[in-house]
Ligand binder design. Structure first.
Ligand code: BGC
Length: 839
């Protein structure tokens, strides 16, 4: 019964949770979650058992780590202020700092600016406000020091209203921290993170993140639930769109860039925000690409593939981390001492605070590792989850847990210290309110960066020569009549992608708008037909589309996914173009007109048919506010495409998870034509009988309007003593170099990539791994030598004892324009072994 009451309360909370300011697109999936939970409650899932036997606190790492990850948080002046404040706090006030809720959802500023409503008094808000439906009133809590932070409460008026309650009315005047899912822009929307990763341009990501922080902090938001640094090797997982794709090296570079952009060199400076790195850990490895699903992997894979981006973010000083929904090797991440205490705080010296993902503490009961809220709470907080986002557990359970001695006050104190440190470091006590001019409209000055970011994110997948010997792109102005066809040609909403801050459709430049401007400038004509909807079987729009195509000199087809088909709760079992877009594509191609295909998607799609029949294909992701202008600039050749794929594009969904840096097999299909069914022994290798193993478009791949050649790939040393390799962990051991030449006719940017393979060590290593990249802009005919320093970080691997190490072994280095780079050099790490074998 208790369970049912509890669940029904939770359901009520979720069903009515309609976030403020149109910031989130989550209400639908939360509605579904709530309904599922309701069903469980109604069919009578096991009642909560009596509290589990009391246990002593599990080891809780102290914040006083030897090498704190964020020096600002370790400042003794801050420490003194934290201790001074902590000494004055009651248990209720301490717990308050560990509690996070969203806002009242429907309260107007007039309603909220006055006295907080009386506790437990039912009112209009109770029906609409998930928090009060949970018998919690966020305003009341703020005014009485029982709320530490808020999520997705944005806007200067709204945040200031809450802040006044906390600062003016609560006994100790501790300000609230306002967090929000600003992941690729606040009002100005940049490409989705997967698109930003395709730029291979960390400096761009720094700039974009800084702008987002400036805009959002003007609205009172001082904390971003970003970056999402989960490695994703399986595009069925919808949240691939929120991260940097499949590669740990690229993922780590992007993670560092976001932290630099958000936090700068000082968390307290105006326009800087605290980051929350998510979702710790390995959420991207959800089995079968299914959202919220379990992950299970070896510790070596965890450390070598999945952890590096989180580690990089922590090393860069990330102030907070979000614990993930998923379990890993049987232990939920939000109650996982191995992840949160041993690795995060113990090994990495993380001295910020950990916030749970949304209701993740409550979900520990669904994971089956806690039979009741008290146990879930105890397990979460003693594992290292400091702040409870929305579970309504810490505030309801901690008082009794402390009273009965099931956890000690020390555990609570430690968590409170961590939260207060961030509040002091961000300067919240000095500047609690949104100050300055709030960004409430599109910022003209930020558009050029949004355009540049989008231009860099596009990946040209194919640009075959036509019969006249020239490729279709860049478009010739002589093709005067341009047919623009497709459900994404004029769709502002989809251009902003998922978690699009407070971005507004009216700010978006669609492709149709931008191409109409071009047509006017060039004296051409733009013909337009929508053709079909993204997810609708009707072919009613096909005849018009075909007519428009027939009347044109060139067709631009804008197809892909709705933005809601990726992101949270956006897992797909198919990677095909949704709806009847494939049929539209085939019908348009059948007109015989030359076609440029633009794909908008939050993940790699299967594009086999298109790759066979369409000369020019470009992946555009969801490009943001300046979508149309950026696309027009690329299509007409003002800028040459330079993006490279951060995830492999498969030939079939059945290949997933498909990633370039796979481990070797004992039966590699070397020298076998995998496009043909096996004959005889060609069967008994690691292969499919019906498809090649390889990606259709692999990681790191992307074309330009120019072409590049590589020569002189060299390693500066051919042999390195093992003792030297192990002794020196901070400076490079050697350099790999190559000369790249622009052999085409356009000034263009190439992303030069360096891959490494290690052979002969005690643990098998990937067939190749990215260990360096650099964007280089070259004039036609121009050459440049590029060097990649290789040191312990690039050459080491994790051994069975979970330690990074280097062994006497061989290394091959490739430098080139994708993960298929073929020009190589090699070197060895040598050690005289006892039997005299010097490898
Ligand atoms: C998501 C997080 C997000 C949080 C707050 C969760 O459902 O998994 O990524 O930061 O909600 O909105």
């Amino acid at each position: 019964m208790l369970l049912r009451l509890h669940l029904i309360r939770y359901i009520a909370a979720n069903i009515v949770r309609i976030p403020a300011a149109g910031l989130w697109m989550n209400s639908r999936r939360r509605y579904i979650l709530a309904c599922v939970t309701l069903c469980l409650a109604l069919v009578g899932v096991e009642p909560y058992a009596a509290a589990q036997a009391a246990t002593a606190d599990s080891p809780h790492q102290s914040n006083q780590v030897a090498h704190p990850s964020n020096a600002q948080l370790a400042d003794p002046k801050i420490e003194a202020r934290v201790e001074h404040l902590l000494r004055q706090m009651t248990l209720e006030e301490k717990i308050g700092q560990l509690v996070q809720y969203n806002d009242t959802g429907n309260a107007s500023a007039a309603q909220t600016s006055g006295t907080p409503p009386a506790e437990d008094k039912p009112g209009a808000m109770d029906t609409l406000n998930p928090v009060s439906a949970n018998h919690v009133n966020a305003m009341q809590l703020a005014a009485t020091g029982r709320l530490g932070s808020m999520l997705n409460t944005v806007g200067a008026e709204r945040t200031n209203t809450y802040q006044h309650l906390a600062v003016d009315q609560s006994r100790l005047h501790i300000p609230l921290l306002f967090g929000a899912d600003v992941i690729h822009g606040y009002r100005t929307i940049y490409p989705v993170p997967l698109g930003l990763a395709a730029s291979f341009d960390p400096e761009l990501v720094v700039a974009v993140s800084r702008m987002a922080a400036e805009e959002a902090s003007s609205a009172g938001v001082r904390w971003f639930y970003s970056p999402m640094v989960d490695i994703s090797r399986d595009p069925r997982w919808g949240r691939s769109v929120e991260g940097a794709g499949e590669d740990p090296y690229l993922g780590a570079a992007m993670a560092r860039a976001y932290i630099r952009g958000y936090q700068g060199d000082d968390l307290s400076k105006p326009g800087h925000v605290a980051a929350s790195v998510k979702h710790f850990a390995a959420y991207g490895a959800a089995e079968a690409g299914r959202e919220y699903n379990t992950t299970d992997m070896s510790e070596i894979t965890l450390r070598q593939v999945y952890l590096p981006p989180y580690h990089a973010a922590v090393e860069a000083g990330a102030a907070t981390i979000m614990s993930a929904f998923n379990s890993i090797n049987g232990v939920p991440s939000s109650a996982n001492p191995f992840l949160l205490s041993k690795i995060l705080r113990g090994e990495w010296g993380f001295n910020g605070f950990v916030v749970s993902d949304y209701t993740a503490v409550m979900e520990l009961t669904h994971h089956g590792i806690a039979l009741d809220p008290a146990t879930a709470t105890r397990k979460a907080i003693t594992s290292g989850v400091d702040v409870d986002m929305m579970s309504h557990y810490y505030d309801t359970q901690l008082p009794e847990l402390i009273r009965t001695g099931r956890i000690s006050m020390n555990v609570v104190d430690e968590a409170v210290r961590r939260v207060l440190r961030v509040k002091f470091a961000t300067g919240l006590f000095e500047h609690p309110y949104a100050e300055g001019v709030e960004v409430t409209a599109a910022v003209a000055g930020h558009r050029p960066l949004a355009r540049k970011a989008a231009e860099e994110s596009f990946v040209l997948l194919q640009n075959d020569k036509l019969t006249d010997g020239a490729p279709l792109l860049p478009l010739s102005p002589l093709r005067k009549r341009v047919a623009l066809i497709g459900p994404l040609a004029d769709n502002a909403e989809v251009m902003t992608g998922v978690w699009s801050g407070v971005g507004q459709d009216r700010d978006i430049i669609t492709l149709r708008q931008a191409l109409a401007e071009r047509a006017q400038q060039l004296g051409g004509t733009l013909l337009y037909a929508k053709g079909t909807e993204i997810n609708d079987p009707s072919q009613a729009g096909f005849p018009e589309a075909i007519q428009v195509a027939q009347a044109s000199d060139v067709v631009i087809l804008a197809l892909g996914e709705l933005s809601s088909m990726s992101g949270e709760g956006g897992s797909r079992a198919s990677l095909d173009l949704p709806g009847n877009q494939q049929q539209l594509l085939e019908a348009v191609v059948a007109t015989g007109k030359p076609v440029v295909l633009l794909i908008f998607s939050g993940r790699p799609l299967v594009l086999n048919w298109a790759a066979k029949h369409i000369p020019s294909i470009m992946e555009a992701w969801f490009p943001g506010t300046e979508a149309g202008h950026a696309l027009a600039n690329i299509l007409y050749g003002d800028v040459s495409p330079s993006g490279k794929l951060p995830m492999s594009f498969p030939r079939a969904v059945g290949q997933e998870p498909l990633y370039y840096n796979q481990l070797p097999t004992g039966r590699p299909p070397t020298g076998i034509d995998l496009s043909k069914p096996p004959v005889g022994d060609s069967r008994f290798v690691s292969r499919y009988i019906d498809l090649p193993n390889s990606a259709l478009f692999p990681f790191g791949y992307g074309l330009s309007y120019s072409s590049f050649s590589y020569r002189d790939v060299k390693a500066s040393k051919t042999s390195i003593p093992l003792s030297q390799a192990l002794a020196n962990r901070s400076t490079p051991l050697l350099e790999a170099t190559a000369t790249v030449t622009n052999t085409g006719e356009h000034t263009a940017t190439e992303v030069v990539q360096c891959y490494v393979r290690n052979l002969g060590a005690s643990i098998e290593q990937p067939v190749r791994s990215l260990k360096g990249f650099e964007r280089v802009t070259l004039l036609p005919g121009e050459s440049k030598q590029i060097s990649f320093p290789l040191g312990f970080n690039e050459l080491s691997f994790f051994n069975l004892e979970s330690s990074p190490t280097i062994e006497a072994s061989h290394y091959t280095v490739w430098i080139g324009s994708s993960s298929l780079a073929s020009q190589e050099a090699s070197f060895v790490v040598v050690s005289p072994t006892p039997d005299g074998d010097s490898r």
